[in-house]
Structures are given as C-alpha cells and as structure tokens.
Design a protein around this ligand. Structure first.
Ligand SMILES: O=C(CO)[C@@H](O)[C@H](O)[C@H](O)[C@H](O)COP(=O)(O)O
Ligand SMILES: [Zn+2]
Length: 185
C-alpha cells in the first residue's frame, strides 16, 4: 500500500537524521542562540517547498514557537516578490539571494540555506556572499549535499533520495532548532 510504504521510507529518513545529524542540529541551535544574544540575526532562503520552509522558520523566531520569549530577528529572503522580481529581472535569478545578503547581512549573522538537491545556484551564491561578509553559514541539504555542502560552515545533509522526505526531515530539524532556541530564553 502506497501510503504505508511512504511512511516506512519517512521513518527511515528520520532515523537517518537521528543517527547522523542530531549533533549538528544542536550545534546550529547553539550558533543561533549565540547570534541572537549578541544582537545578530538569522537569515534563511530556499526555492519552492524550501522557500516555504525558510519563511516558516523565520516566523517561528519573529513570532513565537512554543513559549513566551522576546521576538527574535529572522528573515526569509524569498518572501518579497518585488525584490525577487526586480533582482531577477535586472540581474539574474542566480543572484536573487546573494544581492539581498549583500544588502542585509552583517558580520556575526547566521545564514541558513535550504536546498534538497544541494545544487541551487542562488543559494550557493548567497552562502558564498554571506561567508565573505563574516556570517556563520549553514545549510539544510539532501541527496549527496551537492555543491553547497562544500561552501558552508555547517552542512546538514539528509542523505536520502526522495525530495518530499528530505523536506519533511528539514522541517523536523528546523523545529528541533527552534525548540532548543526557546529553551535558551
Ligand atoms: O516542493 C517541491 C518538491 O517537493 C518543489 O517545489 C521544489 O522545492 C522545487 O523544485 C525547488 O526548486 C527545488 O530546489 P532545491 O531544493 O533543489 O534547491
Ligand atoms: Zn513540495
């Protein structure tokens, strides 16, 4: 039965996260807490379903997650259609995020790219720009981590094939990160 097979595959993917990525999620949460406590911010970005994830995670910080705590500064670079269409139209879609990193990112910020293939060029260029600006860079990736795994400080690679299962694991890890940040306040 299809749904039961999918459930079994998802359990395998989450088990992969539990066995291979739990420490990295805690490491990223610690970096995010340090950044917020210093007065820095978190910047996220992704394409398609990962754009939705980026915007979802930013909202958990700016609004609230599970408990009352101060609003924490986070933004998703894929949410402003005027900015995206202007940069895409005047320059290229490849630089829709890196151009915004150039404008918004400050030394000490945490910049998180999300890409299931690990190969989205706009995410790749944004993380490179963020590194040059003195940010800590992390990426939620999938498959073999693609090109992005080599240009960020902390790649979290869900090494499974199915894109929706990778996305489900990304949002699971992100929610764990949000919970750990809550616990620091
Ligand atoms: O949500 C899905 C697939 O589940 C799609 O919208 C998917 O996010 C898009 O094809 C993205 O453009 C894929 O980009 P990436 O994850 O490889 O960086
Ligand atoms: Zn999807």
């Amino acid at each position: 039965m299809f749904v039961k097979q999918q459930a079994d595959e998802l359990i395998q993917a989450v088990t992969y996260v539990k066995e291979n990525l739990a420490d990295k999620v805690e490491e990223l949460a610690a970096k995010v807490v340090e950044a917020f406590k210093r007065g820095n911010k978190v910047i996220l970005m992704g394409n398609g379903g990962s754009a939705a994830d980026a915007q979802h995670i930013a909202a958990e910080f700016v609004g609230r997650f599970k408990k009352e705590r101060p609003s924490l500064p986070a933004l998703a670079l894929n949410t402003n259609s005027s900015t995206l269409t202007a940069i895409g139209n005047d320059y290229s879609y490849d630089v829709v995020f890196s151009r915004q990193i150039d404008g918004f990112a400050k030394e000490g910020d945490v910049v998180i790219g999300i890409s299931t293939s690990g190969n989205s060029k706009n995410v790749y260029l944004a993380l490179g720009m963020a590194k040059r600006k003195g940010c800590f860079t992390a990426a939620f990736l999938g498959k073999d981590g693609g090109t992005i795994k080599d240009i960020c400080d902390l790649p979290l690679i869900v090494n499974v094939k199915d894109t929706p299962h990778i996305q489900a694991c990304h949002i699971f890890m992100a929610h764990c990160m949000c919970d750990l940040v809550d616990q620091a306040y």
